[in-house]
Every structure is written in structure tokens, then in C-alpha cells.
Write a protein that binds this ligand. Structure first.
Ligand SMILES: O=C(O)CCC(=O)C(=O)O
Length: 432
């Protein structure tokens, strides 16, 4: 599998509806831009503007009526971040925790030219919860969403790079963006721009930008991680969504491959008595043999050795479709043979038929009798199923199995889910 390998999309993300709102041609994006080039797409070429996802009134509601707390908010002007205490305080009786956002303070800072950043909207604003869930299924990488609200003629942040890829989706107003090639390509999460601040400032000042353009409502800009960027609002208030893809990298696989070395007894032996690991001469004596042991170990490692660790590490980074606890409990209680159920969208799992049949989830494994394997395979395929139609089980066993999977939050009943774009689109990451 070479560097240019492109996997087929997960079965139920084939249409990639969220990704298609960010780029015109998904295949061209995957082959020619992903991780390597910035891409600006203007609204007329995209399916729809983004005002169904977020808006200035939505931002106002979050800032004034939702009891938002830090760190769900950041405020900055011209590259200087404002301390939390300047815009937080207790919320009054019954809500006196002091880290709550003060709407009056935010209003004053915004009027003074500060940019307000609403963070983790993929957790707090329902249309963005659904959009992030779908996009992470479409892209195969975990997604977070922030929004930047900038007053007219203002700049919140100086040139910097992010350690994740972003789609900038312009919601309201106009913002002038400048994007430059990286000074440190493909930064890992522990390689922030502040480690290269002098080079970043020099490149942003002296080099020709790869994007130097104005984003207007409905435009989308893809900025791969490492690319330097800064932006300034033009005449009106600007609001954009920054949809961050927390890129899973080849280095992640390298880390997990080397972690497997912990299973090799020879690699766990003690260093010689009196050994000084900071002395290059002593290390020189040891390294050739050690490297050879490691190479032997890496050469023997298989994909099957790696997958359990990778499941543990990656599955918990993305949340599946939300479940409304009260409606879900009511639906579970009133289950009958005619109830329709389906797998919870974007739930990560691995089913191993056998005695017992094991369903591996992100945080636990559940076992079932072997006789349920066929019914389980049906139930997990992402489609709607009537309980009474499940194969190979008696009516009583059909109900028992489905009730268990509802209780484990593996299945949902479509009727108990809110009518959201997500529940209609049924995104999922299929794991055969
Ligand atoms: O709008 C700005 O000032 C910067 C925005 C930014 O860095 C981002 O969206 O990632």
C-alpha cells in the first residue's frame, strides 16, 4: 500500500453528503488537495449556503441564553488572547459557578473590535452536532467545529498554522483570507505553530500567498494542517465555521507499531548495570543489536496485531449519533415485534460471530449466544429492521436481543430520534 493509496469510502458514507457541502468534486479533492493544497470554492459552485448550520442569531443565542462556560469561548484581538476572567462570572442564584460567559462583557469586547470564538459547537449546536457526525463518517477522521465572529474591519489572530486540517465555511459577512505554504509541513498535534513562530511570521510577511481572497457567505476554504493563515473582516460582521478534521496520520500507525514492541520479551530486558543512556558512546554499543531486534519485531507485525490498539485509540474520538434518553427509554419499554429499529449512526463496532458472538464497541465488548449471529449481522447493517423479521430467532428471542441492543445504545428506534438531517441521512461507519 503506497503513499497514494486511497481507500473506498465506508459503505454508508458513499454519498458523503457533508463532504459534498465543502468541495465540488470529492474524488478530485481526495486525490489532489487532501493534506497537500489549499482549495477555495465559491458559493455558486457548492450545493447550498451554510445558514442552516449556523447564523448570527444562533451565535447570539449561545452567548446569552445557553449558560455557556469556558473553554467553550475564546476572545482575541490582533493576536492577543483575552483572559477568561474578563468575560466570565457567576450566573446568579442556582448557577453561581464563576466560569460562565457574561453576555454584557462579550458585547463590550465585541464592540471594541475583539473576535469571539465559539468552541466545540459540534457538542453544543444541534445542526452542527449532526453535520460533524456526518462529516466524520464521510471523511474517516474525527471532526470538531468552532465559529469565529469578527466585528467589521477587525482581525482576531495573527498568522499561524493549525495542527488539524480545516474547512472554513463562511456563514455571514465577508472576510479576507491569506494562506501561505507551511514552514513545518504536516505538523503533528504536539508540534504547534508557536514552536516555529519566527519562521511563521517571516513566511507570512515575505512569501507569496497561495490564497489571497475574500470569502463571502456560502464560500468554503480548505486549509491543510501546517498551512499558515490569517484573516480580516471587511465592512460588516463576519461569521465563519471552522470545521477541523483531526487528521489520523501515518505516524499514528508508527506509534502503535512500535508500541507492539512491548510484547517482545527481548525488548523488555533491563539495560546493563551501570549503563548511562545519556552517554552516546555507551548507546553506540547497544543500538545496533536493539535496532535489529526492533526491525525483526516490526517485520513480523501484522494488521491483525495492530487493529485492537487502533480501535481503542480512534473509536472513542468520534461520538455516534445522539440518543434522546427519555424517548429512547420509552421506546425500549414499549418494544414489540412490529417496532422498527436500526443501528445508531456512526457507531464504531466489530462483530465476531462464534461461541460466544462478540460485539466490540469503543469502550466495551458484549457477548451473545452464537445463535444470534445472523440476526446481529442484519441489525448492524445500518438499514431499518422490524423486530419480528429478524432471521433464525424465536419471537421471544427477537425481543430479548433487540431490547439488549437498545439498552446498550447500539440500536435506536427511528421514531424516538429527533427529526434531524442526520436521522434522515443515516450516516454510519460500517465495520464488517
Ligand atoms: O478569523 C480569524 O481571525 C482566524 C481564523 C482561524 O484561524 C481559523 O478559522 O482557523
Amino acid at each position: 500500500m503506497g503513499a497514494g493509496y486511497r481507500p473506498e469510502p465506508a459503505a454508508e458514507a458513499v454519498d458523503r453528503p457533508a463532504l459534498r457541502r465543502c468541495v465540488v468534486n470529492v474524488d478530485e479533492f481526495a486525490n489532489s488537495y487532501w493534506g497537500s493544497r489549499a482549495l477555495l470554492t465559491h458559493a455558486p459552485d457548492l450545493p447550498a449556503p451554510y445558514d442552516d448550520l449556523f447564523s448570527l442569531p444562533a451565535a447570539d443565542e449561545l452567548l446569552s441564553r445557553r449558560g455557556l462556560r469556558t473553554p467553550f469561548l475564546r476572545i482575541a484581538k490582533n493576536g492577543v488572547v483575552v483572559g477568561d476572567s474578563q468575560f466570565t462570572g457567576p450566573g446568579g442564584v442556582g448557577a453561581d459557578i464563576p466560569d460562565q460567559v457574561r453576555d454584557d462583557k462579550v458585547a463590550a469586547l465585541f464592540a471594541d473590535g475583539h473576535t469571539v470564538v465559539l468552541q466545540a459547537l459540534h457538542r453544543t449546536w444541534p445542526p452542527l452536532v449532526d453535520f460533524a457526525t456526518q462529516l466524520s463518517a464521510d471523511a474517516g477522521h474525527p471532526v470538531q467545529i468552532n465559529s469565529y465572529l469578527t466585528p467589521p474591519e477587525s482581525r482576531g489572530f495573527s498568522a499561524h498554522y493549525d495542527v488539524h486540517d480545516v474547512f472554513v465555511l463562511q456563514v455571514a459577512g465577508e472576510k479576507h483570507w491569506t494562506v501561505h505554504e507551511p514552514v513545518h509541513p504536516n505538523p503533528l498535534r504536539n508540534q504547534p505553530w508557536t514552536d516555529h513562530s519566527t519562521a511563521v511570521a517571516a513566511a507570512a510577511r515575505d512569501k507569496a500567498p497561495v490564497v489571497d481572497d475574500v470569502l463571502r457567505p456560502g464560500d468554503a476554504l480548505y486549509v491543510p494542517r501546517g498551512f499558515l493563515h490569517s484573516a480580516k473582516a471587511l465592512g460588516g460582521v463576519s461569521a465563519h465555521l471552522t470545521v477541523g478534521l483531526h487528521t489520523l496520520t501515518r505516524y499514528l500507525l508508527v506509534q502503535e507499531l512500535t508500541n507492539l514492541a512491548a510484547n517482545e520479551p527481548d525488548l523488555r530486558t533491563a539495560l546493563p548495570l551501570g549503563f548511562d543512556p545519556t552517554d552516546p558512546a555507551q548507546l553506540d554499543q547497544l543500538l545496533p543489536h536493539l535496532k535489529q531486534l526492533l526491525i525483526n519485531h516490526l517485520t513480523a507485525a501484522t494488521a491483525a496485531d495492530l487493529t485492537p490498539a487502533l480501535r481503542r485509540r480512534t473509536w472513542s474520538t468520534t461520538r455516534p449519533e445522539p440518543i434522546p434518553p427519555l424517548a429512547h427509554a420509552a421506546a425500549t419499554k414499549s418494544l414489540t415485534a412490529s417496532t422498527t429499529v436500526r443501528r445508531r449512526a456512526n457507531l464504531r463496532y466489530h462483530l465476531t460471530p462464534g461461541n460466544p458472538t462478540t460485539l466490540q464497541l469503543s469502550d466495551r465488548a458484549i457477548t451473545f449466544p452464537e445463535s444470534t449471529a445472523q440476526a446481529l449481522t442484519h441489525l448492524l447493517d445500518g438499514q431499518d429492521h422490524k423486530v419480528g423479521d429478524l432471521p433464525t430467532l424465536t419471537p421471544a428471542d427477537q425481543l430479548t436481543l433487540v431490547r439488549r441492543l437498545l439498552t446498550e445504545a447500539v440500536l435506536i428506534t427511528p421514531t424516538s430520534q429527533a427529526e434531524t438531517p442526520l436521522s434522515q441521512a443515516r450516516p454510519a461507519r460500517e465495520q464488517p
